[in-house]
Design a protein around this ligand. Structure first.
Ligand code: HEM
Length: 399
């Protein structure tokens, strides 16, 4: 538990860590850091980086000491003040406004059929153009974007708009270099989202459907909160399903034994999903800020300390997971940190599991016979705040 700093250890500095190295491959860095201490001051990112499972877990379950309402947050500048940067009770009011739209019953009644239809549509296009493709940009990204567009109720936008909005606003959220061009693109997207919301809300008030925006249209929620929460959900609900889909396919195609096991027993796809997000957490790091002097797993932290909660590192903590660097669907089941925890636990976890584990993965392996990595073009991965495949060239046997 957290407590006032007493005989806690001073936090070591890791001045050897660079953003470029984290972006390329954070995992060897996390391993070295974790072996020394659960928390480091990392000058390159201007944050205390939390890398042990236990410390990440403590932070996400104690909003009194570890606030999500970060000072000078770039996310607030790029997207407005969403639920993700609020503590309770303010956070709870916004979170409640999402109602049951993203929950299992609504998924079963409404979204499952839509996800299936979207997957069919993009797979049919792949097959028509095959027998090879970049699975990220020709399947995973448009599939995730189209699902999210429909769930959110952006009937006046395209899946391409969703992808552009998501990426440019995420770039704004990470614009620590204060690049004016990045801000310009992010602000343009933010204005486009505002305009789309202004246009669609009256339409959905008149003709409500099952979407998030339709639910919000009938509630006494301030427009600023609707706008900010929609932008955060566009930023947070698209890349992650895309990235877990890419990582899961890549991991299976790189581990023939496990692929054969799943092909023989498709009920294992949910296990593949959970192991994929443990192995490479799509959101690898998220911020928090201390509200007072405190102690975290024996380490001293001052009030106002900006933390980077590296759940991507916690998910590979050998104190919790044996042989943590290895992708292994047969490892003993233990809770991972990929969906966060506490009051900000991912609101879209059921949507992600349904759309990726229950629909996309089985349909993909079923539709594309003898799916394999393209021997001439290696797959690439990158990122640490968000991590996933940047390309996944594959080939299959065209019937
Ligand atoms: C594999 C896919 C996904 C992963 C790994 C993921 C991960 C996360 C994480 C780690 C957080 C907490 C961040 C923090 O505490 O600062 C979060 C929050 C959130 N996620 Fe997801 N997410 C995924 C998919 C989705 C989808 C598909 C949606 C929407 C349809 C979504 C909507 C949200 C929302 C609204 C929050 C904010 C919750 C709150 O503040 O109470 N996520 N997600």
């Amino acid at each position: 538990m957290t407590q006032e700093a007493t005989d806690a250890r001073a936090v070591p500095t890791a001045d050897w860590v660079s953003i470029a190295d984290l972006h390329r491959d954070p995992f060897p860095i996390y391993r070295t850091l974790r072996e020394e201490a659960p928390v480091h001051w990392v000058p390159a990112i201007n944050r205390y980086l939390v890398t042990s499972y236990e410390a990440c877990h403590i932070v996400e379950n104690d909003q009194e000491v570890f606030s999500a309402n970060e000072t000078d947050s770039l996310m607030k500048r790029a997207m407005g003040h969403s639920m993700l940067r609020k503590d309770d009770p303010e956070h709870q009011a916004d979170r409640k406004s999402y109602g049951s739209v993203l929950r299992p019953k609504a998924i079963k009644q409404t979204w499952d059929a839509i996800f299936r239809n979207n997957s069919d549509k993009f797979l049919a296009r792949l097959k028509a153009e095959g027998p090879g493709a970049d699975l990220i940009w020709e399947y995973a990204a448009p599939y995730a974007a189209e699902n999210l567009r429909q769930i959110m109720g952006f009937h006046n936008a395209s899946q391409e708009d969703m992808q552009r909005w998501s990426q440019t606003m995420i770039d704004g959220t990470g614009n620590y270099a204060d690049d004016p061009e990045v801000w310009a693109k992010s602000e343009k997207s933010s204005a486009e989202v505002d305009a789309a919301i202004d246009e669609i809300l009256p339409r959905l008030r008149k003709n409500p459907d099952s979407s998030l925006l339709a639910g919000l249209a009938s509630m006494p929620i301030p427009l600023d909160a609707i706008r900010a929460n929609m932008k955060m959900t566009i930023g947070g609900g698209l890349n992650e399903p895309r990235d877990v889909l890419g990582v899961a396919v890549w991991a299976l195609l790189s581990n023939r034994g496990q692929l054969d096991q799943v092909t023989a027993e498709p009920a294992l796809f949910p296990t593949v999903f959970e192991e994929s997000v443990r192995w490479i957490a799509p959101i690898g790091m998220y911020p928090r800020e201390t509200t007072r002097n405190t102690e975290l797993e024996g380490m001293q932290l001052p009030a106002g300390a900006r933390l980077g909660v590296a759940v991507g590192a916690g998910n590979r903590d050998p104190k919790v997971f044996d042989d943590p660097e290895v992708f292994d669907i047969n490892r003993p089941k233990k809770p991972h940190l990929a969906f966060g925890g506490g009051n900000h636990f991912c609101a879209g976890a059921w949507v992600a599991r349904a759309s990726v584990a229950a629909i996309a993965l089985p349909q993909l392996f079923n539709a594309l016979p003898n799916l394999r990595l393209d021997p001439d073009q290696p797959a690439t991965e990158a990122g640490w705040v968000f991590r996933g495949m940047t390309s996944l060239p594959v080939v299959w046997d065209q019937p």
